[in-house]
Design a protein around this ligand. Structure first.
Ligand SMILES: *Cc1c(COP(=O)(O)O)cnc(C)c1O
Length: 344
C-alpha cells in the first residue's frame, strides 16, 4: 500500500500496561430489517455487547487498561462506584475475580421509586455472585469523593485499594475506547461499506471521549454522535471534551476542538435510569427486528437517539451509520415490571 489514504495511522498502545479481557475485534453486522423498517440510511451495529467479561459491554475495554494500572501498582483490591444497577460495577467485580483481587463498590440510590427487583436482580445479583462487597449511598453526593474517602479508610486498615472512578471514565479507562477507535478504523479500511457516522449512548463520557481521542490519534475524522442518557447537552459536551483532551494527550495529540464533540440530549426522558417511551420502543424494535437485546438505561436510549435522528432526516439516505452497542442487557431483569407495564 503506497497512497497515504491506505496507510493506517495507529497510535502506540504498547506503552500502557493492560490485562487482556476483551474478545476482539467485536463484529460489525448489518441491521437490515431495522434499516428497511425505518426506510433510512444503512444501519450497522458494532457488537461491544459481545466483548466478553460477565455478559459483555463497554466497561471491558476500559478495564483492560485500568486493571493493567492496578496490577502495576500492586493493588490488592479494586474500589469503584456506580448506580445500584451499574454495569460498570458488575464488570469491575468480574475483572477483580479474574485477577484475584477483591472488589468493593459504593452503590448510589440514584433512581427513586424502583420496584424490589431493582435492588436485588440484574447487575446486583451478579455483583453478589462475584463476591463483591458493597455499601449504599443516597443520591446526589459526589460519589467519586465518597469512594476516595473509603479508599483512605481501607489504606489505613492496611489494604492497597486501586480507585476506579464511576464508569471507569478517566484517561486510563478511556484509552480502551481509543484502542476501539483504531479497531473501527481497521474494520472500515477493509469494508466495502465503511461507516461514516458512529452513534452511541453517552453517560460518564469515557466511551465517547476515548473514541474521539482515538480517532484524532488515527487521523480519522469519523463523526461520533453521543446520545446523552443523563445530562443536558452543554454539560455533557464540556465533560466529554475535557476527558477527550486528557486522553488525546496520552496518545501524543495536543489539541482537540470542542466543536468536534456532538451530543444529542433529546432522548434522556425523565432522567438517568428512567426509560422513556422512546427507550422502550427502541428496545422492542431492536429485539423484534434484529433479535438483539438492548438495555433500559444506556443502549436503549442510544438506539432511541439513532432511530429518532433517522426519522428526522438527520442522516443522508446513502450514509452508513454504525451503532456502537455498549451492552447492558444484564439490567433488563431489574426493570421487569417497568418494561412489562410499558409493553402492555
Ligand atoms: C457505562 C455504559 C454506557 C456509557 O458509557 P460511558 O463511557 O459511561 O459514557 C453505555 N452503555 C452501557 C451499557 C454502559 O454500561
Amino acid at each position: 500500500m503506497t497512497s497515504e489514504q491506505d496507510q493506517a495511522t495507529i497510535p502506540d498502545f504498547s506503552q500502557f500496561a493492560t490485562v487482556p479481557l476483551c474478545h476482539r475485534p467485536t463484529p460489525i453486522e448489518p441491521m437490515t430489517r431495522l434499516s428497511e423498517h425505518l426506510g433510512g440510511p444503512n444501519l450497522y451495529i458494532k457488537r461491544d455487547d459481545c466483548t466478553g467479561l460477565a455478559s459483555g459491554g463497554n466497561k471491558t475495554r476500559k478495564l483492560e487498561f485500568l486493571l493493567g494500572e492496578a496490577l502495576a501498582e500492586n493493588a490488592d483490591m479494586l474500589v469503584t462506584q456506580g448506580a445500584v444497577q451499574s454495569n460498570h460495577v458488575r464488570q469491575t467485580a468480574a475483572a477483580a475475580c479474574h485477577a484475584g483481587l477483591k472488589c468493593h463498590a459504593l452503590l448510589e440510590r440514584r433512581v427513586d421509586g424502583q420496584p424490589p427487583e431493582y435492588e436485588q436482580s440484574g447487575n446486583v445479583l451478579l455483583d453478589k455472585l462475584f463476591g463483591a462487597t458493597y455499601e449504599y449511598r443516597p443520591s446526589g453526593l459526589d460519589m467519586n469523593a465518597e469512594a476516595q474517602t473509603v479508599c483512605d479508610q481501607l489504606k489505613a486498615q492496611g489494604h492497597k485499594p486501586y480507585f476506579i472512578p464511576g464508569g471507569g471514565s478517566n484517561s486510563t479507562g478511556a484509552l480502551g475506547y481509543a484502542l476501539c477507535a483504531a479497531e473501527i478504523q481497521e474494520q472500515n479500511r477493509h469494508s466495502d461499506t465503511p461507516a461514516n457516522w458512529l452513534v452511541m449512548g453517552t453517560g460518564s463520557t469515557g466511551t465517547q471521549a476515548g473514541l474521539l481521542a482515538g480517532f484524532a490519534a488515527c487521523r480519522s475524522n469519523l463523526p461520533v454522535l453521543g446520545v446523552s442518557v443523563r445530562q443536558p447537552r452543554e454539560k455533557q459536551i464540556a465533560a466529554v471534551h475535557a476527558l477527550t483532551v486528557a486522553t488525546a494527550r496520552r496518545l501524543g495529540v495536543q489539541k482537540f476542538d470542542v466543536n468536534q464533540v456532538i451530543v444529542d440530549d433529546e432522548y434522556v426522558g425523565e432522567g438517568y435510569g428512567m426509560p422513556a417511551a422512546s427507550t422502550v420502543e427502541a428496545i422492542s424494535l431492536t429485539a423484534r427486528l434484529e433479535g438483539i437485546l438492548l438495555d433500559p438505561v444506556y443502549s436503549g436510549k442510544g438506539m432511541a437517539g439513532l432511530i429518532g435522528n433517522v426519522r428526522k432526516g438527520f442522516f443522508k439516505p446513502s450514509d452508513n451509520v454504525l451503532f456502537l452497542h455498549t451492552g447492558g442487557s444484564a439490567a433488563l431483569f431489574a426493570y421487569e415490571s417497568v418494561l412489562l407495564k410499558a409493553m402492555s
